[in-house]
Design a protein around this ligand. Structure first.
Ligand code: FCB
Length: 487
């Protein structure tokens, strides 16, 4: 088990000036369902989110992705905006139902053509495409056959990965198999807040397992298509977990929460096993005997070239007796929060980067999402003022610099998001974009954060002579974890 002391041993002193390596990938991220719209265009099939959004009460404002940012038709304009910012990279996802309208053969070539045009447009502007293969829009036809709870979906995903790699491989070097499989498993199948809206530990844990398998099979498929040319990774959302007090019981609860929230995917992907401390707690909730087959975790541990980390906020956890299976509770944030109600804490980003580096690495990392929603308003001016987002991003970019100065191999940073967009169950209320989207006119208006980001990119880092508007990032702290997996 590693303690906080281990994690900080032999660290370089903190950066006096935020500094980033040459060739650092400054990017912005989006996902297909959240921005594309045109859900019936060019032979696209139905996705689980199309279906879910039609169910009354699922989406806070009743919104759907039917139009979203109309990016499917306006992608050229959006790529031009990326070029204005000087983006080095753009992370987007491929909608599986555009490529396989019914989840499995036959391929819909018109769906692939859209992404070919997008990749060409990016390449023409010297913007590196970073492709996510699964950002939550499963073909409904596959859901009808059991979705991620069914083992066969993993094989279908590998087939999809190979097809996309064949079509786009000439122009795309960076590949991400899955986005946030934890959210897919537990928000979609335990809390029922995301598509497909199921509430069951047994289903959620099966979904987690089949995604791990899908990831490993897709890595193999990508390697088979791209050989050594491809850089392949997976994006895991990481929460900076902190115990509410120094009390042993709170520390143990934080360790269990971390095990479920972070290590349930980190350990299989990077060590080829489930966390030993969590297994006895969670295994009784499903029937892993039939589902976890010999060799599955070797597949899940397929060698990756980088780990994608999405970070938004920390979680302060206390012991909550009588709340099985974890007996842990996340406290409501006490400091400043975003419009999502998420605590603002740049030190948490350094913490999760250091944690992955020390406990699972060293390995190349990309921060594939980081950003914040605030209640932006546009009154017709050329720029939307968003000082809180500038402060949030500046603080987090400095936290990345801090982690780099401490030896973490961070290769890129992607703001979530390029554009305001469809924020899943929260609909169009939360605005995360560097560009404000006026949905009725589909006009994009730069926010001050976009102009700030342009400067950061041009300078390859935030202005060292100016103090961070959000305050200096706290040095990362490794979570105290009394009950880690055996070494
Ligand atoms: C992440 C998702 C992304 C977006 C942000 C706010 O969990 O990957 O699609 O919704 O949160």
């Amino acid at each position: 088990m590693r303690s906080r002391v281990d994690a900080s041993r032999g660290l370089a002193p903190r950066a006096l000036r935020p500094s980033f390596p040459e060739g650092f990938l400054w990017g912005a991220a989006t996902s297909a369902y959240q921005i594309e719209g045109s859900v019936d265009a060019d032979g696209r099939g139905e996705s689980i989110w199309d279906r879910f959004c039609r169910e009354p009460g699922r989406i806070r404002d009743g919104g759907t992705g039917a139009t979203a940012c109309d990016h499917y038709r306006r992608y050229r304009e959006d790529v031009a905006r990326m070029a204005e910012l000087g983006l080095k990279a753009y992370r987007f996802s491929v909608a599986w139902p555009r490529v396989f309208p019914t989840g499995t053969g036959p391929v819909n070539p018109r769906g692939l053509d859209f992404y070919r045009r997008l990749v060409d447009a990016l390449r023409a502007r010297a913007i590196e495409p970073v492709v996510t293969l699964y950002h939550w829009d499963l073909p409904q036809a596959l859901q009808d056959r059991g979705g991620w709870a069914r083992r066969d979906t993993a094989a279908r995903f590998a087939e999809f990965a190979a097809t996309v790699a064949r079509a786009l491989g000439d122009g795309v070097r960076y590949w991400i198999t899955l986005n946030e499989p934890w959210v897919v498993a537990f928000v979609g199948h335990l809390f029922g807040e995301h598509a497909p809206g199921i509430r069951s530990w047994a289903v959620a844990l099966a979904v987690a397992h089949h995604q791990l398998l899908a990831h490993g099979l897709a890595v193999r498929a990508l390697r088979a298509e791209g050989g050594g040319r491809f850089q392949v990774g997976i994006t895991l959302d990481q929460v900076a977990v902190r115990p509410a007090t120094q009390d042993e019981a709170d520390a143990a609860a934080a360790g269990r929460f971390d095990g479920w929230r972070n290590r349930w995917f980190l350990d299989p992907v990077l060590r080829g096993r489930y966390p030993a401390d969590l297994w006895p707690l969670l295994a009784p909730l499903w029937r892993p005997a039939g589902l976890v087959r010999p060799g599955d975790l070797d597949v899940a541990r397929a060698r990756i070239d980088f780990l994608g980390v999405n970070y938004y906020s920390p979680a302060v956890v206390r012991h909550a007796p009588g709340r099985p299976p974890l007996e842990a509770e996340v406290l409501s944030p006490r400091g400043p929060v975003t419009a999502m109600g998420w605590a603002i804490d740049p030190g948490g980003l350094a913490q999760v980067l250091l944690r992955v580096h020390h406990e699972y690495g060293p390995l190349p990392i990309m921060v594939t999402e980081n950003g914040a929603a605030f209640p932006d308003r546009w009154d017709g001016e050329p720029v939307v003022d968003d000082p809180q987002r500038v402060a949030y991003l500046d603080g987090h970019v400095r936290a990345v610099a801090d982690a780099i100065a401490r030896g973490v191999d961070v290769r890129g940073y992607f703001v979530w998001s390029l554009l305001d967009n469809f924020e899943w169950a929260r609909g169009y209320g939360p605005r995360f974009g560097l560009f404000y989207v006026d949905y009725p006119s589909q006009r994009r208006v730069p926010k001050a954060s976009a102009l700030w980001y342009r400067e950061v990119i041009a300078r390859n880092g935030p202005d060292a002579s100016v103090p961070s508007p959000g305050g200096q990032a706290e040095p990362g702290r490794a979570p105290r974890r009394p009950s880690g997996p055996p070494a």
